[in-house]
Design a protein around this ligand. Structure first.
Ligand SMILES: [Zn+2]
Ligand SMILES: [Zn+2]
Length: 295
């Protein structure tokens, strides 16, 4: 039996998306795939859900990837039930210390400076992120978490959204985290992401962690179109050459917010993909398109 449990985005945190967790349950064992964000309300919510659904032996909490809206509440559930948390080894570092989510920032620092950001504002952005991360409610530690090597329910590595994203496979159904979300998803590596969504097409039902669920093959094809549209939009925007900062301003209007960093990560992955494919090149600090349409 598959039960969808939609865990709310905390109301006092501003704008954000609810997370679908999925409970697999038979008479002997229960497994939860993903858990939402941790806050007092969500603790109450999940506790009463577990009672209502008569979940007595939660054995595993399977995490699709190392983002806090997927594993936040898992620590609390582990304390309550003794369930084991499993995650792909490439994303395990985020459960150890969520500040690792900022590694990307340091690795891309030079590219950001070159892209028109100055060191002062980058420092500010990073501090803002760190403050947000420190405000997040993290359990002291996740008592156990293992790599997925020996697990019964099959896991399928689907990198792209994060390096350690996985889907959990149950016959013709897959629980796919943030690999495919209706309307689009942010990516760390677009080439890997495109490969990963291809793999989803062979499943009858695809259960994502946000928005519409389940997704069908047509939804995945729409997502592919979404990526192509975004690539073409980007090629048009940089026809005359543009710095990272100005591309962000052009595509999203505002700038300087917390979301900019996610957008920058997404944008850099698009540009690197287009560069490898021979659609864009970099001249000094400017990215410029050398072909108009993505084929
Ligand atoms: Zn995610
Ligand atoms: Zn998510």
């Amino acid at each position: 039996m598959i039960i969808t449990i939609t865990i709310p985005f905390p109301r006092n945190w501003g704008q954000g998306e609810d997370t679908h967790a999925y409970l697999l349950k038979n008479d002997e064992v229960a497994i939860l795939i993903d858990a939402g964000l941790d806050c007092e309300d969500n603790r109450k919510f999940i506790k009463s859900k577990m009672r209502e659904l008569e979940v007595r032996n939660l054995e595993y909490i399977l995490i699709t990837h190392g983002h806090i809206d997927h594993f936040g509440l898992a620590g609390y559930l582990q304390e309550e039930t003794g369930a084991e948390i499993l995650v792909h080894e490439l994303d395990g570092k985020f459960l150890k210390d969520y500040r690792n989510a900022l590694n990307w920032f340091d690795e891309n620092y030079e590219a950001l400076i070159e892209g028109g950001y100055n060191s002062e504002e980058l420092k500010l952005m990073k501090n803002k992120m760190l403050m947000t991360i420190e405000m997040l409610r993290m359990p002291k530690y996740y008592k156990t978490f293992k790599n997925l090597n020996n697990f019964k329910l099959e896991s399928l590595h689907l990198p792209g959204h994060t390096a350690g994203s996985v889907g959990y496979v149950l016959r013709d159904v897959i629980f796919s985290g943030d690999v495919a979300i209706e309307g689009g998803t942010v990516v760390e590596n677009l080439r890997m992401e495109i490969n990963s969504i291809q793999k989803l097409k062979s499943f009858k039902y695809i259960f994502p962690a946000h928005r519409k669920t389940p997704l069908l093959k047509e939804d995945i094809e729409n997502l592919e179109k979404h990526f192509i549209n975004r690539l073409e939009e980007l090629l048009r925007i940089i026809r005359n050459g543009m710095r990272l900062r100005d591309i962000i301003r052009n595509m999203y209007g505002e700038e300087g917010s917390f979301r900019d960093l996610l957008r920058l990560r997404n944008l850099i992955s698009y540009l690197r993909f287009l560069e490898e494919e021979g659609y864009v090149m970099k001249r000094g600090q400017f990215w410029i398109s050398i072909r108009d349409y993505f084929e």
